[in-house]
Write a protein that binds this ligand. Sequence first.
Ligand code: TXA
Ligand code: MG
Length: 336
Amino acid sequence: MILPGQDPAAIAQAAQGLADGRLLGLPTETVYGLAADADNASAVARIFSAKGRPSDHPLIVHVAGSTEAEWTSAVNHYASAVPDFAQRLMRAFWPGPLTLILPRRAHVGAVAAGGQDSIGLRCPSHPVAQAVLHAARERGVHGVAAPSANRFGRVSPTTAAHVAAEFDGLLSDDELLVVDGGACDVGIESTIVDASRGRPVLLRPGMLTPDQLEKAAGQAVLPRDDAAPRASGTLESHYAPRAQVRLMDGQQIQSALDVLGADARHIAVYSRQRLTSASRHLVRRDMPTDAALCAHELFAVLRGFDDAGVKLIWVETPPANPEWDGVRDRLQRAAA
Ligand code: TXA
Ligand code: MG
């Protein structure tokens, strides 16, 4: 069932479902999550099986809080220590699209953490997410484990309809509620910073730039290295539509279109440059020149190309500046 996120009765139903151990499609400002009570091991196990995700890939736990005082009690439920730089990052970017990996309290959230001795925590800013998390907190739920609500390796969902399309079986069996919070504002997954190993390490780029993170943290944020835990969003191939994605510069795409002429079929082009084609069958979308606008629409655009039945998606390589790191990362993994 899809519930309207503006309806207080729907929020109460969603929160009660979480407290009862049910799965929930939860809107956040980044992407939709497939959510369950992080302290309910069997509910969390059902997230892994619904997604087809290996059980040793840790999930992010979402906590309620519009102020530091509010999120601190939830953070302390799961984390055994919060380094100073992590506090500073929370103050700067929570509620918002930042996940922090913190040392985990023994015996808490072990299944959600996929067996790691750390835990990923995020306080989302989406008002519907906050409403659900607050109402669940009143029903005894400290935090809500939620990976992106897509099948393993596929494109993350940014609308309630995307979630329904990924899990139509569960939805029709009434095993899944989805709260509709509209199209996600940010559009790509949160920035992940590891704060469990003494110094901040950027595990997954998102819409926060390294520069913004360093200013807020008050120290250098290191790039990820081989000691970093395995994370599914960081596998080389991920976020993939069914069609094959290729990244090329505008001139390369233009040359390929020129060679194919009127015969270009089953091809989609997503570019900032204006390209010409003699084919009436070419599917195209203009890529925004602003990174935030591009992130906002990216996953819906890739899904739309799949729905149009194309076999190839040719994407103009994003600009080489840091604002585009998150979008470039998702496209490179989609193309891998
Ligand atoms: O924006 C987001 O982060 C979305 C929304 C729903 O909040 N969630 C999301 O979850 O992208 P997911 O599971 O698709 O990606 C979570 C990433 C994975 O790469 C996971 O391995 C990493 O976070 N992660 C979670 N806990 C971790 C931990 N303890 N240590 C290392 N990586 C962790
Ligand atoms: Mg994901």
